[in-house]
Ligand binder design. Sequence first.
Ligand code: HEC
Length: 722
Amino acid sequence: LITANRTRFAAAIACFILASCGGSSSGVDDVISSAKASAVVRASTSDSNGKVTLPLEVLSSGGSYTVTTTVNAPSGQSATRLWMRIHNLAFDNEASVQVNDGPWIAVSNQSASIEGGGKAYGGIGGGFSTLKLSVPITSAQNGTNTVRFRFNGTDGVVSGYRVLGFNLRDASSNNLVDEGSNFQWTDPTTWKPGYPSTTDISAGEQLWRTATIVDSPLNHSTLQAHCMDCHAQDGRDLYKFNFSDNSIMQRSMFHGLNETQGKQIASYIRTLTAKYGVPGSNCRPWNPPYQPGDKLDSRPRTDWTCGAGIDSVMDNDLDSQRWIFPDGINKDAVATGKQINLREIPISFQLPDWMHWLPRIHPKDAWGDYFTNSNLNKEYAGDGGGSATYNMRSVLASGGSSYVTDPKSLFLNQLYYWGVEYGERFQPPSKGVDYLYTIDQQKRIYSTVQWQLMKSWELAQDFNLETLCPTAYRNAGAPKAESRSWCGQWRFAFDVSPHIQKFPPENSMFGSTVAHYYFANAWYELQILLNPGSGAHNVHLPVDWQYTYGLVDDLSRNSGRLEPMRNLLLVVKGSQEMDNGVGVTDVNRGWTTRDTSPLDVWKFGANGIWKDASDSTRTAVVNAFLNTWLDRSESFDVNTWQRVDQAGGSNTCGWSERRLCWSWYVPGQLALGMTSSVDFPTNVFQQIPQMRTDGVDGGLLNRFAAELGRMYPNGNYASLMH
Ligand code: HEC
């Protein structure tokens, strides 16, 4: 079957490039996924009971490929749409679908209606890796219906897509196919090596580590990278997320290996059960790593990476409210002195799937010797001609767990400086210019920083860091150690954000400005989930909170989709990180108005981020946060608060200032060296009256004005009190 698919490859690609694949399905392999033809179904699926086994893997080594299913819809004739949930639709017309003898429908942003955040963030080829969408149909019938899914060929990146569910729907969006009697899920816990012999398995491992491979069926250039270089070194990522044998075989052939070699690699990956045990039920390719969800922490720590599953992604941002405020909206739930568990609060923001963590270009292939001989490379595993004297894999292997948890060991320092090797020192001559990077330059830069994140993931898994880092944090004196986290102050995840990489939003490698901002947000969100700082931040590391709040607005400006609850969670978490006992005498490590501002929760209320929320929700949430913020700010002696004109200060005031402005400052006036008066005291002065109109509690606003009046006695804040 697969060989046949390969020999047809050239024709299929031509068909794809000429975009002439519609109409007839001749020349395309059909795989029947129904009881009647179970013999040709892949080994991992079992549908002898007549059910369609999900997911449908519409995957190939590059060429066109079709999966055929049959489902029963007693009143199918009334269907007006084919509804689907699909993982990895990366470009228009990657997929075509057909119902019975109806026309093939190419699935695109034009032909399909896409639901919710998926649509808002760019639809097919946009931010979300898994989309819910539907296309209009007229060819469904009562009883048995044949539904075909075709992959139209690769773009040089993807190997196809997975159908996670589908249905025929009538004009009122009722499902006409009964899910229970028509669908079942494949069970990865039953998967065994296809080639169980030790010879094949060690050949598979050898290929994984050393086989010479090509980029893709569209570009046959040989890569310096091997499978192990872009993935986890021993393939545990493919194992952990339960990539199937079929997917591994097709992808091996995608890179120029043959079917037997692909099957050997897949067989090797299956043997990792002995090393790592059986991955939990959320460990599937489409479930976004670390996606937050209800009771996530009660699942095994080793499964944290698999996240809470795609079903934990809320359709609406406001749906998060009941997890943030299970007992109704009140200030205790958002108190800055507490520690909210973001891992367990579902959000409506679908994080990138594993395939979007992987680098598309290995840094050796992107930058050649510059990377090979860099300390960025050397400090990972000792490879290349860099001058560094340590590498993370060997210090962790030889040092054992005490090396991670002993605050006197060099570990945190070494990890930090490995981060710096990319974040501050990696300047290849052909890198390009900030904000002017070409698409090609963006792809190479992005892949390089993804490589470092992916290898950080590998280190975290291989050396048990998700368990040890909280202890390391506690031993180093961090007051708010998370129960699960990554280590140290380097920003491995938020460094991947195209925002911090200074990519041009208007000319984005992600295909659209909105997708740029989706990814810009996604990696900040992941940083905060993985390692928010444990109350031990240093200036903007490991998170630059105020930028995170700003990126939420950049995204909604481009998508039209508002996220008041995700924004609230970020400001609450950031404020809790600032409320760490250090206070205001050291604003680089303690409390600062920059990262805790109640204005960042309010964000212009009913005229801004809270537009779609009810009046009562909006005012209750803003009041609750303003109240806890005042409790904390009022507790500090304003005379001890660091100011810009004191030692180490900047002696000018701006929007991103951590210190208070001069004690004599009058909001709105340009003082010493200021080119604009966009700063905290001015913003508060202007916005208190607007907050009053918006329904924020008058007593709290009087307290707010009084607190600013203590900070800035000449500021006339008393005029804002009522
Ligand atoms: C240059 C880096 C790189 C190399 C080398 C590489 N991969 Fe990947 N791999 C990726 C990326 C990126 C993706 C995600 C592709 C996408 O977005 O559809 C991926 C996806 C996959 C998938 C999932 C495909 C799917 O759609 O289910 C498998 C399986 C896989 N790779 C196996 C391999 C094997 C086996 C090798 C060696 C023969 C290999 N990879 C070499 C980067 C790489």
